[in-house]
Design a protein around this ligand. Structure first.
Ligand SMILES: [Zn+2]
Length: 212
């Protein structure tokens, strides 16, 4: 199935004059199902509307609005998407109806052959990632704060301490799983990056060393 992933807005996180400034990366998934992942802060409504307009998508076209975890910089504009099912961390809802899905047991929420939402806890205890098999980039994982930024692969203190991790061991396990399966990763607070053979090799070696 023909999916594409378009980053509408590159997130960031940085210290500026002793203050933490951060906003999330916001991503559009287009194909048989249309979805938006991480809707920035409540002050970013116009950025999202113009990003969608450039891609000829209206808010009402969005069928799934995903917040990868329950932090305010990832959830600010869910209310633009009132035709969509909302998935926030492990919670799936539409209006006042809540759908039980056992993310806790590792069960993926499968939308079709090419689009899945999987539990990848660690940054918080209920993070999800969106896995998209695309027509142009191979497998893209929209990972939220499982990855803060491409640089956190070289410098783990970025995800462990700057972004913060509620369960570092779990997060490391899921980071390695996603590095092994992804061609590209959209991190929570930076541009999409390509997963290099070296990143995959290190992820495999670390994953194996944890098993034995
Ligand atoms: Zn974040």
């Amino acid at each position: 199935m023909a999916y594409t992933v378009t980053v509408l807005y590159d997130g960031y996180s940085r210290m500026e004059d002793g203050r933490m400034r951060a906003n999330c990366t916001c991503t559009l998934v287009k194909g048989p199902i249309t979805a938006i992942v991480d809707t920035m802060t409540a002050w970013d409504r116009d950025k999202i509307l113009s990003g969608l307009e450039k891609n000829n998508i209206s808010c009402d076209d969005i069928q799934y609005a995903v917040g990868t975890h329950g932090h305010s910089d990832h959830l600010g504009n869910l209310n633009l998407f009132t035709k969509a099912k909302h998935i926030v961390g492990y919670t799936v809802s539409y209006q006042d109806e809540f759908f039980i899905h056992p993310f806790e047991t590792g069960e993926p929420y499968t939308l079709d052959d090419s689009l899945q939402i999987v539990p990848t806890p660690g940054h918080t205890t209920a993070d999800v990632s969106v896995i998209v098999k695309t027509s142009d980039l191979g497998t893209v994982v929209i990972a939220g704060d499982l990855f803060e930024h491409e640089n956190d692969i070289e410098d783990p203190s970025l995800w462990k301490f700057v972004a913060g991790s509620e369960k570092p061991d779990e997060q490391e396990k899921h980071r390695n799983q996603m590095l092994i399966l992804a061609d590209y990763i959209v991190p929570g607070h930076g541009p999409m990056f390509k997963v290099t053979p070296n990143m995959k090799k290190n992820a495999r070696e670390t994953a194996e060393s944890k098993v034995t």
